[in-house]
Design a protein. Structure first.
Length: 111
């Protein structure tokens, strides 16, 4: 089905997103976590993403958990660099800060 021809208006707005209703017989698939989160924020369905990407939206009430007992597969996060020897101080500090921040997010484990 094609999207409807109804013009976008302020009443067709949710969480700062402009939306237009349409019927679709297929799944909406995106290839980034940001795309999945933005689609969910705009009312296009539900998203399975890491809690680090939705912590603020959940805390603000813009998103809600719909399957709290379901968890997707855990995935590792890697920091890639081209340095053969020791990391420069700025990169080492960045990795330490990211590790500490990810460790504070509920459900995240490092190691």
């Amino acid at each position: 089905m094609r999207p409807t021809k109804k013009a976008l208006s302020p009443e067709n707005s949710k969480n700062g997103c402009q939306w237009q209703p349409f019927l679709c017989s297929r799944l909406l698939r995106v290839n980034t976590s940001l795309g999945a989160v933005n689609s969910a924020l705009c009312g296009a369905g539900i998203a399975l993403v890491s809690s680090v990407f939705v912590a603020a939206a959940l805390a603000e009430g813009r998103l809600q958990r719909v399957l709290p007992d379901y968890a997707g597969p855990s995935r590792r996060v890697y920091a890639l660099h081209g340095y053969r020897q020791q990391l420069p101080l700025v990169l080492r500090l960045l990795v330490e800060r990211l590790s500490a921040r990810l460790a504070r997010v509920q459900g995240m484990s490092l190691g």
